[in-house]
Design a protein around this ligand. Structure first.
Ligand SMILES: Nc1ncnc2c1ncn2[C@@H]1O[C@H](COP(=O)(O)OP(=O)(O)OP(=O)(O)O)[C@@H](O)[C@H]1O
Ligand SMILES: [Mg+2]
Length: 207
């Protein structure tokens, strides 16, 4: 079973939003998906409560129980677990980083967000974990100077996942309805980007 963790000490970068839509997109691509919410704020758990669909399985856990929870999911035949964490340095974030085959660090295209990724990627590098940045909430005209500068800055710090994810109302609407963007508007651009992101993560983490 693969484990993907959304981590970064900066709040509001899109961890829960991307975790939800990526979980749905991975399920549509054939994975058997669970999500585990390690954030006491419980955004992803509340998203799950708004859903009617059976997949992904949405549950919460705490850092001391994470390892056992992942073993249990693997034994039950799940092929992918996506972890969501709080936007602060916490034992839960450390536990998630340790467990993940790949940690995804969302950042908005701003200097403040990019600077704020440092403690997270430094911790991941120290743990020897695989990680990638996800540039999220980009102005929809993705070629704007700020987006290009942010991409360049993140590529200097590590790997930048593809594609970049634009700021689109679809993400906010889908999350509010307990949907992934690929369920909310399957033909939309947000859906296309999230399917692309799953394809990228899949290719980078497949055995
Ligand atoms: N690509 C996007 N397009 C539009 N809105 C987005 C996008 N990604 C995230 N958002 C919005 O940004 C806000 C923060 O997103 P989210 O709650 O997913 O961040 P987070 O990193 O989980 O925050 P926290 O650290 O508080 O848990 C939300 O209002 C969400 O709807
Ligand atoms: Mg969150």
């Amino acid at each position: 079973m693969r484990v993907i963790a959304f981590v970064t000490q900066k709040g509001g970068t899109g961890k829960s939003t991307l975790a939800a839509s990526l979980a749905v997109a991975a399920g549509e691509a054939g994975e058997r998906v669970a999500t585990l919410d390690l954030d006491p704020q419980a955004s992803l758990t509340h998203w799950g409560e708004r859903r009617n669909a059976e997949s992904p399985m949405v549950d919460r856990t705490t850092p001391d129980k994470l390892s056992a929870a992942l073993h249990g999911l693997a034994n039950h035949g799940y092929s992918l677990t996506i972890l969501d964490t709080a936007g602060i340095d916490s034992p839960a974030a450390t536990a998630a980083m340790r467990s993940a085959d790949m940690a995804l660090i969302p950042a908005r295209p701003s200097l403040a967000d990019i600077e704020a990724t440092k403690p997270t990627y430094a911790a991941l590098a120290k743990l020897g974990r695989n990680y990638a940045f996800v540039l999220n909430q980009c102005a929809p005209q993705l070629k704007s100077g700020r987006v290009a500068d942010a991409s360049k800055a993140l590529r200097l710090l590590g790997v930048l996942a593809q594609p970049l994810i634009a700021l689109r109302a679809d993400h906010q609407d889908a999350f509010a309805l307990g949907l992934g963007v690929t369920e909310h508007d399957p033909e939309g651009k947000a859906a296309e980007e999230i399917r692309g992101l799953w394809q990228w993560v899949h290719n980078k983490t497949k055995g």
